[in-house]
Design a protein. Structure first.
Length: 136
């Protein structure tokens, strides 16, 4: 199943609309898939590729209120903390989920010398166009 999602997202990258607004810390975020789910009216599946340079990170943030997220590490290692839980390091092939209303306190490259990439797949209300809101 994960392989199917990754292949679908990779193919969609050829037709992607381009980079989204990158986050304030310099992480590159690119929409690689966006499609309404025909069997679930009002819902869409969107996937973003998040690329961190060495030591890169994203500020604390929340996602669209309707968002259920599946994330998997494609390269390197990602340090993550959701809802004040423990910080966890995910490595290539590791996955996690985020639920509607979750607060993502830490999302960072765990390495200061190597890049890291993750794929985040959102199931979200079709009219939710702002997937991520950073704290000020």
């Amino acid at each position: 199943m994960i392989r199917t999602i990754l292949c679908t997202a990779a193919l969609a990258g050829f037709f992607a609309t381009g980079a989204l607004a990158d986050d304030p810390s310099g992480a590159k975020v690119t929409m690689v898939y966006d499609h309404e789910i025909p069997t679930v009216p009002g819902k869409s599946m969107r996937a973003v590729l998040v690329e961190y340079g060495p030591g890169g990170n994203s500020p604390p943030h929340v996602h669209a209120k309707s968002a259920f997220i599946f994330a998997t590490v494609l390269e390197g290692a990602i340090r993550s903390q959701v809802n004040n839980g423990p910080e966890t390091i995910y490595r290539v092939g590791d996955s996690w989920s985020e639920f509607p209303g979750d607060h993502h306190g830490v999302s960072a490259n765990a390495s200061t010398t190597e890049p890291a990439r993750l794929l985040a797949v959102f199931v979200v209300d079709t009219n939710d166009t702002n997937l991520t809101t950073f704290e000020k």
